[in-house]
Ligand binder design. Structure first.
Ligand SMILES: [Zn+2]
Ligand SMILES: [Zn+2]
Length: 345
């Protein structure tokens, strides 16, 4: 599809299973006697769909994650083709959904990036109508109600269930279209530089109804190497919604699949002495989370795949038990459960 992908540039910015609490992706497979606080590693992979590189490529990615015992998140955009992949998909779509179904066991959670990564979807008609407001922008529109958000997100989660997929969180779809950019600017000018607060409440309500895989819902909106954080946006007992900000950027080819935007050394150099991951580990940051895009990361056509596998290999060689890989929803689950980062001690 020739849709334009763009990370947002909007600065200002199973029921909750015991399985998810009791048996998280291995927390610390290094030396248990180490008293040193570990730094969590994870990443978001945006824009994942079968249309970029086919279903098999996603299978290869999952096999790699499982083999290397790494953990992350990769979105699944069910309506990217203009209709729901869960209802009528071609062979590639079906093969892709089979892979997404096994992602969790491979250490990879699945975010909705909403339904189309484009205009709001019409679930009754099973299509994306012409000219609909774009989903990412809609999350910032101050007039939208909690009920409207809950209704729309519930419909996407239901499509996921139809496809055998339990979503773990939400990634805001970026958009560089002129309409969105102009509207974002107008919203900023009128003081609306963050998502509508009703969105967090709607996500919390859905989590409490067991619509997400875990009791906590991680979200990805903005990122910053320095001013990052895990921000609790809505909270009720064991349930919570978080904005879990990446503190490292995409140097695996971005959405353009651009070789000039590939740089393994940005993350960790061959000698293990520098790079953003090393900086966060040395600063004793609770986590180093980066984001990437399936267009650049995928093993079939992605210009960033080799750099990605190199980075994973370097991490294993140089960081060993100083780091622990976790899916974003494991991070927010553990954080909510312990009331902070104490679980890393
Ligand atoms: Zn995206
Ligand atoms: Zn747009």
């Amino acid at each position: 599809m020739s849709r334009r992908f763009n990370r947002r540039r909007f600065v200002g910015s199973l029921t909750a299973s015991m399985a998810s609490f009791g048996a998280p992706w291995p927390l610390g497979y290094g030396s248990e006697s180490s008293r040193q606080r570990k730094t969590i590693l994870s990443f978001y992979c945006d824009d994942t769909s079968p249309y970029v590189a086919g279903a098999e490529a996603f299978g290869t990615f999952l096999d790699f994650c499982a083999e290397q015992r790494i953990a992350a998140e990769s979105s699944c955009i069910l309506g990217m083709d203009g209709h729901s992949m869960a209802r009528n998909s071609n062979e590639q779509g079906q093969a892709f959904l089979l892979q997404v179904q096994r992602a969790w066991q491979c250490g990879v959670g699945t975010h909705l990036e909403l339904m189309t990564h484009h205009g709001l979807f019409d679930f009754k008609a099973n299509r994306e109508p012409e000219g609909a407001v774009h989903e990412g922008l809609w999350l910032y529109e101050p007039a939208v109600t909690e009920g409207e958000y809950e209704h729309y997100l519930r419909d996407i989660l239901a499509e996921g269930e139809r496809a055998g997929i339990k979503f773990t969180g939400l990634t805001c779809p970026g958009c560089g279209c002129k309409t969105c950019q102009q509207r974002y600017a107008a919203l900023r000018a009128s003081g609306h530089s963050t998502p509508n607060l009703a969105l967090w409440q709607a996500l919390l309500s859905l989590a409490k109804k067991g619509k997400f895989r875990s009791r906590t819902v991680p979200c990805f909106f903005d990122s910053s190497e320095k001013e990052y954080g895990l921000h609790r946006k809505a909270n009720d007992g064991r349930w919570a919604v978080f904005d879990l900000m990446p503190n490292a950027m995409d140097h695996f080819g971005i959405w353009e699949n651009n070789p000039d935007r590939v740089n393994a050394d940005y993350y960790i150099t061959a000698d293990g002495k520098s790079g953003v991951i090393i900086r966060h580990v040395e600063a004793k940051s609770p986590y180093c989370i980066w984001y990437s895009h399936w267009q650049g990361l995928n093993p079939a056509k992605g210009v960033g795949w080799r750099a990605f596998t190199t980075v994973v290999e370097r991490i294993r060689r140089h960081l060993g038990d100083r780091v622990v890989w976790m899916r974003p929803s494991d991070i927010t689950d553990r954080y909510q459960q312990s009331g902070g980062w104490g679980f890393l001690d």
